[in-house]
Each structure stands twice: as structure tokens, then as C-alpha cells.
Design a binder for this molecule. Structure first.
Ligand code: ATP
Ligand code: MG
Length: 342
């Protein structure tokens, strides 16, 4: 299902993506979505939403974590090259039209449909919610449909875990349009990078902020080294001469994601399978790649982190601009659906 980024930018698309301020952004964000956003901002109309309301759906008891990570996430955007002149960065909680749209959309889906969503199902298991899943968490895909449609976005560069959520958002769009009898909302398309799911360093699940299995974009050289050293490889590959398994081997997943020399990676895989190639050689190669990728990002990050007033002003300006866009959508939806408007 991975789809290579379409760099044919002949027609301008409206893009909406976002991240939950639940921690620092990591390499999974970088290859899954941030890298595409940096490219896409050149030719398209791009909005990035810091989804702090969504973050509360599973962090309600820890508002400080969400609050403290808002500017951290914006700092990460700036560090990787998101340019506020080209991309509008905004804050979900300061855009009430999104919450109002979400409230309306809740009536365009069912509890059964939300409970069937495979991403939600696995996140419920991962977070140990069982039957005490907060209602807000079960419904966050509806609020995500509101995020995307509020900006009239038609392209959403995301990781693989988001595919079922985009499907649901498109269902809601179709139902709203069927009821209004007009093209009130636009359908959207997910844009998946060549690495739609980067595993965590432990190899157990996707790299994510809520598992301690990530390499954040601001990692120090020592942290990068330690993370690569502890990466899961093949437990049966004990002696260098033993044949090794490439599938499920995190080091190879990372080389696939970060090594530009695809022929060399293929040769290394062959050598590893045959035996005679040690994990340390591969890990050293990967570490060098990650050190050179993250060094400039870390330096930029330090620069922006030293100027929190600037980071805040970027978010304020972007949010102001987004307020008009999202309010207009809400008015249109309510008018098209024939609601009473005071
Ligand atoms: P949390 O654990 O709090 O849910 P997260 O690490 O999953 O955090 P999100 O803010 O939920 O990050 O995701 C933001 C975007 O990054 C989404 O488009 C998601 O698909 C993408 N993304 C997150 N992790 C990865 C990954 N490991 N590989 C590829 N894309 C990813
Ligand atoms: Mg997530």
C-alpha cells in the first residue's frame, strides 16, 4: 500500500498533516511524513496541525506533558526545514471550528464503526485501556476527519497507521455530501512515503513517542550510538559466520530507510544471509549515516530552542490564519446541511 511520493507538482493541492504533542518527534516521523512535508511545501498549500486536543484523549491525566510538548514539536518542525513562510503551523485547541465540526461528524458514523477501526483497536490494546477506553479516544478519528476537512485538504502525508483513519474520514465526507446533496466536503488521499512504518529500536512495534523505542530528532551523538548498539537484529545470529535473517532485523529496516546506496544494501543483505557479516559492521555503517543525518538537525534545533518567543510567534501567526479557513468551512457545512444559524 506504500505509495511513492508524487513529485509532479503541476496542480496545487491542499495538504493537512499533524502530530500529537506527546513527546519529541523521532526518526519515524522524519521518514514517514516530515521529509515529504519539507518537499511538498515548495509547491503546495500546506497546513500542519499540532493536535493537542487529540493528545488529551489518552493523556487527560497529564496535561503538563501535552502543554510542554507543543513548542517542542514546533521546534522540531523548524529544525527539519519546515518554513513558516511556506507552511502554516497551527494549534488545534485554538481552532474551535474543528471541535464543532467533530461534534457534527459524530452523527455521521457509528460506535460499531469506530470500534472496528484496526488502528484504534491496536492502540487500545497497546495502551491497556480495555473497556475503560475514554470516549474521546474512541472518537478521535472523527476529530481527525474534522481536522482534515476543516482545511479542505485533499492530500494527507502520513504513516501507514493512519490509513484506516483516512478511510473513515472519506466515509464521513461521502455521508455529509449525500445528505447535503452538494460537494460540501472534499475527499482526501493519503500520501505514503517509501518508509510508511519505521520500527522502534526494539523491533516490537512501530517507533512511537508513547513507547520508549525511538530515536528523537534532537538526540545527542551518544544517544544515537547507544540506540544503534541496542537495536534488535537476529537473535539466532550468534557467530559472525552464522547465516542471518534480514526480515524483522531492525538494522536492515533502518538501512532500507536511510541508506541511499540501495545496491550496497542489497549486497550486504546477501552477505548477511549467507553468513560471514557481523552485526557490528552493519551497526557502524548505520550509526555513521544517522550521525550525519541528525547533526545538522540537532544544531538547527538548538538555535530555535534558544528563541522560544520566535517559535511561539510562528504558532500564533499560523493559528490566526487557520482560524479564518476553518470557520469558513464550519459555516459552509452547517449551511449546506440546513442547520439553524443564529
Ligand atoms: P504517539 O505514540 O503519541 O501516538 P507517534 O509517535 O505515533 O506518537 P503521532 O503524533 O501519533 O506520533 O504521528 C504523527 C505522524 O507521524 C502520523 O502521520 C504517523 O503516521 C507518523 N508516524 C508516527 N510514527 C511513525 C513511524 N514509526 N513510521 C512512519 N510514520 C510514523
Ligand atoms: Mg500515534
Amino acid at each position: 500500500m506504500a505509495q511513492v511520493i508524487n513529485t509532479d507538482n503541476s496542480n496545487v493541492r491542499t495538504i493537512l498533516t499533524g502530530d500529537r504533542p506527546t513527546g519529541r518527534l523521532h526518526l519515524g516521523h522524519f521518514v514517514g511524513s516530515l521529509k515529504s512535508r519539507v518537499q511538498l511545501q515548495e509547491k503546495h498549500r500546506q497546513f500542519i496541525l499540532v493536535a493537542d486536543m487529540q493528545a488529551l484523549t489518552d493523556n487527560n491525566g497529564n496535561p503538563a506533558k501535552v502543554r510542554e510538548n507543543v513548542l517542542e514539536v514546533v521546534t522540531d518542525y523548524l529544525a527539519v526545514g519546515i518554513d513558516p513562510q511556506r507552511t502554516t503551523i497551527c494549534l488545534q485547541s485554538a481552532l474551535p471550528a474543528i471541535s464543532e465540526l467533530a461534534m457534527l461528524y459524530l452523527n455521521f458514523t457509528t460506535v460499531a464503526r469506530l470500534e472496528r477501526n484496526p488502528t484504534i483497536r491496536s492502540e487500545i490494546v497497546h495502551r491497556g485501556f480495555e473497556r475503560s477506553v475514554p470516549a474521546g479516544f474512541l472518537c478521535y478519528p472523527v476529530s481527525q476527519a474534522a481536522d482534515i476537512t476543516a482545511f479542505d485538504a485533499d492530500l494527507v502525508p502520513v504513516g501507514e497507521d493512519q490509513a484506516p483513519l483516512i478511510e473513515l474520514a472519506n466515509e464521513i465526507v461521502t455521508r455529509v455530501n449525500n445528505q447535503s446533496g452538494k460537494s460540501t466536503l472534499k475527499n482526501m488521499e493519503g500520501l505514503y512515503s517509501e518508509t510508511p512504518r519505521l520500527p522502534g529500536v526494539d523491533g516490537k512495534s512501530k517507533m512511537s513517542k508513547s513507547s520508549s523505542n525511538s530515536i528523537t530528532l534532537g538526540s545527542s551523538p551518544e544517544e544515537i550510538r547507544a540506540a544503534v548498539r541496542q537495536m534488535y537484529t537476529d537473535p539466532k545470529h550468534i557467530r559472525v559466520s552464522d547465516p542471518g535473517t534480514v526480515e524483522g532485523n531492525v538494522v536492515f529496516s533502518f538501512l532500507d530507510a536511510f541508506d541511499q546506496d540501495k545496491n550496497e544494501v542489497d549486497a550486504l543483505k546477501e552477505h548477511y544471509r549467507a553468513g560471514g557479516l557481523g552485526d557490528m559492521v552493519l551497526k557502524r555503517r548505520l550509526e555513521d549515516l544517522l550521525q550525519s543525518l541528525l547533526e545538522p538537525i540537532r544544531e538547527q534545533r538548538k538555535r530555535f530552542a534558544a528563541d522560544p518567543e520566535y517559535v511561539l510567534s510562528v504558532l500564533r501567526t499560523g493559528t490566526e490564519k487557520s482560524r479564518d479557513v476553518t470557520s469558513e468551512t464550519l459555516c459552509r457545512v452547517r449551511k449546506d446541511l440546513g442547520h439553524f444559524i443564529l
